[in-house]
Each structure stands twice: as structure tokens, then as C-alpha cells.
Design a protein around this ligand. Sequence first.
Ligand SMILES: *[C@@H]1O[C@H](CO)[C@@H](O)[C@H](O)[C@H]1NC(C)=O
Ligand SMILES: [Zn+2]
Length: 337
Amino acid sequence: MARKQNGSRLVPILRLGLGSLFATALVLPSLYLAILNSIWAYLRSNAVYQASYFETLWTVICYSAIEPYITHVFIQNPDWRFGSPREPAGERARGTERTRPKGMRRPARRLGEGLTYIFPLLAMDLTMIKKFADVPIEAKLISGNYAPDLAASHSGHFLLPSVHNFTLDSPLQTTRALPVLAPSSRRLASELLLSFFIYDTAFFLFHLALHKVPILSSWHSTHHAHGPMHPQITNQLSIAERLGLVLLANFSLNIIGAHVLTRTLFVPIFVWLLVEVHAGMDVPWGLEKILPKGWAGGSRKHARHHAGGREGLEPFFGWWDGLLDWASSGEKPKSVE
Ligand SMILES: *[C@@H]1O[C@H](CO)[C@@H](O)[C@H](O)[C@H]1NC(C)=O
Ligand SMILES: [Zn+2]
């Protein structure tokens, strides 16, 4: 069997498929009206979807499916890894056999990692009222075990946290109030594009601070403590950094008033792209190959960041890194200092 060519045929197919999906979603929302309405009617009445901890659960499910899949691809394709003999000499490194790189853990050893992720988020889910866009304040109050006529004295704004009204009958915040209407496909597609752009910008700044501000750098050192790059490094994070990452994603969705269904779609795409950029290999379907040249960062650039480079601070796109490069290219060369 001929060796798989990295992405030669996949990329045009993905461009066409994803491109037409996005274009039709934006331009012809009537095409998706019926299907979105029935999906939303189903989800809205589903008890698991109504649970306050649905997004925490959903993120764990998505991560537990996506990361092991990309790890499998990594194990199966040693010659795609950065550092394999196929790579340019400068990037060649240790260990290219079909093995796990040092530091990669077996699934059974990762329960603790899962629990440290879940615990702080679950604690918030079970104590605070969810405040999503397009949900009437009365519905939010009812979900938090308050009388709906308290609307005048409570804020439904996402930036003002409200604690559940704990009683014996209702000791925890177990549900979340959902919008009545489904979003249009135009709204879904534009909210997704916008939220990824906002997150990418926000995380770029956060990441820059993690590298430049000495007090913060201890939060980030966990993420950089590893040998050769591999997909599991995606979630090798200090609790503070992981929480920062989740809160920034939440903020990026909240600030544009994203529909709950947008949030649900955001999670798998977000997790996918995050694992992809940490893959430590030349991913054949990489975002940097699908988007026009220079628009996305890609796993190679991010691996260079992990190897100590100054570039690749952006998680998904490449514009801010480009700007930073351009701005700092006027600086004195390091050797002069
Ligand atoms: C995410 O944002 C919603 C508001 O839309 C808020 O209710 C929820 O507590 C936030 N979750 C986290 C983990 O911050
Ligand atoms: Zn970093």
C-alpha cells in the first residue's frame, strides 16, 4: 500500500465541504430552519440537556473522544511527527518509532486529570444560576429556586453571578433555563466565527501575560514541562490555567450573547482545534491547511512555541502572532543586550 500523502486529497474536500456548509448557513438560513427547529425542540425537552452541569459533562465527553482519537493517529503515524526523519533537519528530534513518547499516560492513569477538571466547574454548576442569552429573567429565577416576581431585584446579566436559593427542597442548582426559540443557521454560523475570533484574541493576550508576567508564569509552567510534543499535552495544565481557559471561552460566548445551541456546537470544535494544535505532528487536515495561508497558526508553529520559541502564542489563528512579530522585529537583536 502506498504511504498516505499528508492531506493532498483531504484538504480540497474539507475546504469545499466546510466552505459550503458555512456559506449556505450564512446566506440561506431557510435551508436549515426545519432541522434546527426540530433539533432544538428535542434538546430543550431533554432532561440531560436541561441539567446545570450539561456543558461540563459535554466538554468531558468531547475531550474523551477527540483526544484519544488524535493520540491514536499520532501513535499510528510516527513519520508525521515533528522530529521524524522526513522532517527538515532543524526540527529533527528524539524518538520516532511507533511508540508512546515519554510522558504519555495510559487512560486508567488519567482519572485524576479528569476529576481536577470536573471538580471546580461542577462546584460552580451546582451553586450558581446559569444566565444564558434570550432567556427571560423569570425563567432564570425559577431555575434558581426563586419566586419569578423577584425579577425587579435580580439581574439576569451574565457578569453578575447569582447564587442558587438553597432550601431543603432544592439543595442544589440542578437545572439551567433554556431559550424558547431555536437559533437560525445564520446566527449559529456567525456566532461561532465571532466567538472563535474573540477567544483567539483573548487567549493570545492571556498567553502573552503568562509568558511575560513573572508571577503568572508559574501557572503556565505545567503546560510547558514535557519532552517531545504529543496530543495529551493539550490538557496538561495547572488548575489556574485550565480555569482561565474555560472562563475565557465562556466569556467569548457570553459577550456576544451566543445562543445555547451555539455554545453546544462550540465545545467539540474548540476541543478538536485545541488538541490539533498540540498534536506534535503534521496533521493532514490541519486548520492551517484548510484556511488560506497564514490565517491559522497550526501544530508546527505551536510545537516551536513549546520548544521555547517566541512565536505561536495564538491557539487558532495567526494574525496576532504576525502582528507581534512585526512589532517586535524593530527591537534590538538579543545578542546586543
Ligand atoms: C458560563 O456563563 C454562564 C452565563 O452565560 C454562567 O451562568 C456560567 O456560570 C458560566 N460558567 C462558568 C464555568 O463560568
Ligand atoms: Zn506557552
